[in-house]
Write a protein that binds this ligand. Structure first.
Ligand code: SF4
Ligand code: SF4
Length: 327
């Protein structure tokens, strides 16, 4: 592995680490990411009791994988050999068009386009390749919404924003409709100052608005009660206490972000690969209700839609819960 030479400060008085850090941020912006920050790769000791308690309380529902790799979650050096820096990027996913206001069946906005995992990973790989060109070979891994990385905590460490009471990362002046992604690398670049401002204050709108009381404490979600988990992650039929409470959401839920004042001025994203697929702009409730297995496959599986994370049977159960809530 080739390592960075350590030249002296440049003419602007910036150290090589600072120069590298700002080059990475410029490249992230050129790739269309909306924010980028860096943190020193080290153990997130202060998050350990929080994660430990969340798991012990069973707030991860049936997502058993959340309890795996406990040590790796807290220390990126166990995920990437020789890790020195965690680069965190944010990608706006607020769509340019939305489901019609009259839509009874609602899909979380992040899922309107193609599966974002691929879109994000492609761009993160380009960022990592840029670092190779600049600094030489480095050990790295890219992540987006991947189980072993506490990405919101890393976003706070990298100075991007703060976690709201709805547990979403809020970027100042931008809001929370953002995907996060990380490059964990052995390259040493200048870290940013961790974000320390509380962006919620006395507001409790998200906690008050959650129809299933899934926000059990500020920043703490009982996933087993969350509509997002119930309509996507939970492979079984949605259990009885929640069937009539999903408020029309058939894939994910945006309620606690819709009510957040930080999202009042959310602007549409500019990412071509996240453009809404036609069911999310054109389908009526009738289309959703009568969607056959073949149509599901054609409209979601074959288009690489984020909805392909569930199957036709699960969609039908989610729709039937939405109907139960209207009775
Ligand atoms: S996503 Fe919906 S169900 Fe989950 S915490 Fe937010 S408002 Fe509650
Ligand atoms: S709705 Fe209010 S309390 Fe909830 S995340 Fe937004 S600012 Fe924070």
């Amino acid at each position: 592995m080739r390592t960075n030479n350590q030249p002296t400060n440049n003419r602007r008085g910036r150290s090589p680490r600072q120069t590298l850090s700002s080059a990475i941020k410029s490249k992230a912006a050129a790739l269309g990411f909306d924010a980028c920050g860096l943190a020193r790769a080290s153990a997130l000791e202060e998050y350990k009791p929080v994660l430990d308690q969340w798991l012990k309380q069973g707030y991860h529902g049936k997502m058993a994988y959340m309890a795996n790799h406990f040590a790796k979650r807290l220390d990126p050096r166990l995920l990437t050999e020789g890790a020195k820096t965690v680069i965190v990027v944010a990608q706006n996913h607020y769509p340019p068009v939305h489901q019609p206001a009259s839509a009874g069946y609602k899909v979380a906005r992040y899922a309107y386009g193609k599966d974002y995992h691929m879109v994000m990973k492609n761009k993160l790989q380009k960022l990592a390749a840029f670092i190779t060109d600049l600094a030489g070979e480095h050990s790295y891994r890219v992540f987006t919404d991947s189980a072993p990385v506490l990405e919101r905590s890393w976003a706070v460490e990298a100075g991007l924003g703060n976690t709201g009471k709805n547990a979403c990362l809020i970027l100042p002046r931008k809001g929370s409709f953002y995907f996060l992604g990380e490059v964990i690398t052995s390259v040493e670049a200048e870290p940013d100052t961790p974000f320390s401002k509380d962006l919620c204050g006395s507001c409790t709108r998200c906690m008050d608005a959650c129809p299933t009381s899934a926000i059990v404490a500020p920043g703490k979600i009982d996933a087993g009660k969350c509509i997002s988990y119930l309509t996507i992650e939970l492979k079984d039929r949605i259990p009885e206490p929640f069937r009539a409470k999903t408020r029309g959401w058939i894939f994910g839920c945006d309620i606690c972000q819709e009510v957040c004042p930080h999202n009042r001025h959310a602007l549409p994203h500019q990412e071509k690969d996240l453009e809404p697929l036609n069911p999310f702009t054109d389908w009526t409730d009738h289309n959703w209700r009568t969607c056959t297995k073949e149509e599901f496959s054609r409209s979601f599986k074959q288009t690489g839609s984020a909805l392909s994370r569930i199957n036709h049977e699960k969609l039908a159960d989610n729709i039937s819960c939405a109907d139960e809530g209207c009775r």
